[in-house]
Design a protein around this ligand. Structure first.
Ligand code: PMV
Length: 324
């Protein structure tokens, strides 16, 4: 009863920040993302009668801080399979974990795909996406490749539809990720989102303006209109960080190098380079560009003081089982 799967992070262009229902982990707004082709999470799940309790190893080391979330995700799978067995889960990330690189997205996407297969469950993408979303809202989007939208649940239940807006090969954008710190983030996304919901005076405006951003981004993706996608993505990103900063106490995910990178990217764009930025709940900067600009963008960001490393990638496929 074992299986292994792989998944890559996704990066939200229209962000999700805030939950309408904590128990089911339901986002308050829809979101649109791109799934990357690298870096990658590999996860092996092994259910066995000799396993007394669930075990979770990240990059070869026990990771007690994540064990409860992993176990809760396995519980949902066990309930569907009517199986009481405990599991050993080994997950390897080839990038910094918990620093705003969406490691929970690729991690839980790979976990549900491997876990369902190990239990012999034959689930469709939507069922897998719901299981992933309950563990981490953004993880549902890593089930699919390319441009992905996570929609709000219909009125009659806690299922959030996930759908492909475009395959990766139909509009092969590239991404340069500027790593400006490898430290784990101080305030995780769930805690940060709740703080913003409860304390930011801007929260109602954030929620009510999301549908306009989603509609704009859908159109830009449908038209392959890079500058329109740049405009709505930077707008959503800065709005999310304004919301985080306006929480009490304020959440400041940027460091100095993050801000310098944002200026550098805007300068490149005024010089005609097709690139825009987005930043999640951590200090790394994701520069999304047309493939022909990737070298220039990567070099420009590598030159920003405080940038430690550049990860270059393209768009990729959704979570999948490893071929044995
Ligand atoms: O799904 P979580 O809990 O990892 O939260 C994701 C939050 C952001 O990455 C900042 C935005 C998003 O939509 O991915």
């Amino acid at each position: 009863m074992q299986a292994s799967a792989q998944a890559q992070p996704n990066i939200a262009l229209v962000k999700y920040w805030g939950k309408q229902d904590l128990r089911h982990n339901l986002p308050a707004t829809g979101s649109i993302s791109i799934t990357l082709d690298a870096p990658r999470t590999h996860t092996r799940v092994n259910f066995s009668a000799s396993q007394e309790r669930d075990q979770f190893l990240l990059n070869g080391k026990p990771e007690p801080a994540m064990l409860n979330r992993v176990s809760a995700c396995l519980d949902n799978l066990r309930a569907l399979a009517d199986c009481p067995l405990r599991a050993r889960v080994e997950s390897d990330n080839d990038f910094p974990t918990g620093a705003g690189l969406a490691s929970s997205a690729s991690g839980f996407a790979a976990l549900v795909v491997a876990g369902a297969s190990a239990l012999g469950l034959n689930l469709d993408t939507q069922q897998l996406a719901d299981l992933a979303r309950r563990a981490s809202g953004s993880a549902a989007r890593s089930l699919l490749g390319g441009f992905v939208e996570l929609l709000l649940p219909a009125a009659d239940g806690p299922s959030t539809p996930v759908r492909s807006l475009r395959a990766a090969h139909e509009w092969p954008l590239a991404v340069a990720i500027a790593i400006t710190s490898s430290r784990t983030k101080s305030v995780g996304s769930t805690e940060g989102m709740e703080r913003s919901r409860l304390t930011s005076p801007y929260y109602p405006a954030w929620v009510s303006s999301a549908e306009d951003d989603l509609a704009y981004a859908r159109q830009a993706i449908s038209d392959r209109d890079f500058l329109s996608l740049a405009r709505v993505s930077e707008f959503s990103c800065l709005k999310m960080h304004a919301l985080a900063m306006s929480s009490e106490p304020g959440l400041l995910y940027f460091n100095g190098a993050t801000v310098e990178c944002l200026h550098r990217i805007r300068t490149l764009r005024t010089q005609g380079v097709p690139v825009f930025f987005t930043v999640d709940a951590g200090p790394q900067v994701k520069a999304v560009c047309l493939p022909e600009a990737l070298e220039q963008v990567g070099q420009a960001l590598a030159d920003v003081p405080g940038v430690q490393k550049i990860i270059r990638c393209g768009l990729g496929a959704g979570a999948r089982l490893d071929k044995e």
